[in-house]
Design a protein around this ligand. Sequence first.
Ligand code: HEC
Length: 144
Amino acid sequence: MTHRRSTILAATFTAAVALAGWATSSRAADSNGNDQAAEGGKLYAKHCAKCHGAGGEGTKKAPAVVGKAALPLDAPATAKVRKSQFHTAQDVAEFVATKMPANKPGSLTVDEYYQILAFDLKANGVDVSAKKIDPKSAAEIKLH
Ligand code: HEC
């Protein structure tokens, strides 16, 4: 009986480890900004590119979100929606999560907005590899 019980215990333990391993690897999918950016690129293409351009270069409809002049401290002179300044990446996140996509504000999940933010920061040359981009780490990324 003792032997049989330890076999069952061992099997349970193996299953638990396998489950824990699975949980860790699924979390690891978003363990830093590079992982988020991979997803964010797809989301950007789907929800943002039609107005901001395939590479974020801007169109007649909307300002650039990638490039030297993108994400300026003050709203562009033509801005109708943006009133806030972009000091940090978190300032951008707050604007985007409440006002974008312009035709459907607030329609993405918080995780999706941060994945897009990671993508956009990376496209602008910000190193996002160290941490997951969330409200706390985004507030530490100074843009201006
Ligand atoms: C239907 C068109 C449209 C879509 C789709 C759209 N935007 Fe915008 N976006 C705009 C317009 C127009 C502005 C300028 C707002 C203003 O007048 O202040 C803007 C402004 C912005 C700004 C601020 C730029 C600046 O310099 O002030 C950011 C950042 C931004 N959008 C990100 C996004 C993201 C990320 C998505 C996708 C989730 C998205 N937008 C989807 C039209 C769009």
